[in-house]
Design a protein around this ligand. Structure first.
Ligand SMILES: Cc1cc2nc3c(=O)[nH]c(=O)nc-3n(C[C@H](O)[C@H](O)[C@H](O)COP(=O)(O)OP(=O)(O)OC[C@H]3O[C@@H](n4cnc5c(N)ncnc54)[C@H](O)[C@@H]3O)c2cc1C
Length: 285
């Protein structure tokens, strides 16, 4: 059911984003959930902007009419992050997929927020670069905007850090529809409040990110992966600390306890030894 206020706003949204504003039941259902089992909440409309100016228009209208607005990427969150709390408009960034500029010499890329993590890294491969903080199992779903908003981190964060460590600058739209640019392309930058650090990880509550400058890493010349069994969990934890302390270039360390291994064997028939185990990946030359 579309409220009177929504009807007035909808007319203006359709005018400004022709063909990219929907109240179709299937679209509202899709925007009501994420990948968790948290019950969905339907918005009253979904919009798909393509540019910063369009995002500013939508946010400005929501502000003017006191309408709830929820940003959305791929909806792959596991904690209800993109689920609307009180209906309103879902601003879906998944069509903002442009790679605006690749600067290989600076190890940087500028992207719109809707590009998917896996797709971005395929584009960067030709330059021998990659954006490291992998969101693991959702790499082919998660958008860069969603990763920035969630400060996503994953198996490679032990070496390369989380998304926050790679965001050099963003263009963002604040709650009144004002366009701001936070951060800059330089790593050496110390003046003023760290507003960029505040926006990264704010789950769309402070601003909608419409362009991101990411610092990249060189693709490792060699990767080695191995699994190591331990007598107990404490020994595995101690070995992890030693690996890092003694400078082994570990890119990823994942711990599986005996119970998890038993479950894997039971459901997947892997025949793994059922003792605590570290899965290690090292990057180097
Ligand atoms: C199988 C699986 C494995 C996963 N593994 C990991 C993992 O290892 N590490 C990890 O961190 N996460 C993981 N996730 C969770 C999730 O995939 C990531 O956090 C991902 O970054 C979310 O991106 P998204 O595009 O789906 O964002 P969404 O879920 O759509 O949105 C996430 C948040 O970002 C906000 N948002 C979206 N776009 C913008 C924007 N442009 N500006 C401002 N706010 C915005 C939304 O309002 C919401 O609060 C996993 C999920 C699955 C299903």
């Amino acid at each position: 059911m579309v409220s009177g206020l929504a009807t007035a706003v909808l007319g203006r949204l359709e005018e400004r984003l022709p063909g990219r504003c929907s109240t179709r039941s299937a679209d509202l259902d899709a925007a009501s959930r994420d990948a968790s089992s948290i019950p969905g909440v339907r918005p009253e409309a979904v919009v798909w902007p393509l540019t910063t100016d369009e995002v500013a228009t939508v946010v400005g209208l929501a502000h003017e009419h006191s309408f709830p607005l929820t940003a959305r990427g791929a909806g792959s969150s596991l904690e209800g992050n993109p689920i609307p709390v009180r209906g309103g408009i879902v601003l879906d960034c998944s069509r903002m997929t442009e790679v605006v500029a690749v600067r290989p010499a600076d190890l940087q890329v500028d992207v719109q927020p809707g590009i998917v993590y896996g797709a971005l890294n395929r584009r960067l491969r030709a330059h021998g670069l990659f954006f490291p903080p992998s969101p693991g199992g959702s790499a082919e779903l998660a958008t860069i905007g969603g990763m920035v908003a969630n400060n996503a981190s994953g198996i490679y964060s032990v070496r390369y850090g989380a998304t926050r460590d790679h965001v050099r600058a963003v263009t963002a739209v604040t709650g009144t529809g004002r366009i701001v640019r936070l951060g800059n392309r330089c790593r050496k930058s110390s003046s003023g409040y760290h507003l960029l650090g505040l926006v990264v990880g704010s789950e769309g509550t402070l601003a909608i990110v419409t362009k991101v400058t990411l610092a990249l890493a060189g693709l490792p010349a060699a990767r080695r992966q191995g699994g190591f069994g331990f007598a107990g969990a404490e020994a595995a934890a101690g070995a992890t600390a030693d690996l890092i302390r003694f400078g082994v270039e570990v890119a990823a360390v994942e711990f599986l306890d005996a119970r998890t291994l038993r479950a894997l064997n039971r459901f997947g028939g892997f025949g793994l030894a059922e003792t605590p185990c570290l899965l290690v990946e090292a990057h180097g030359s």
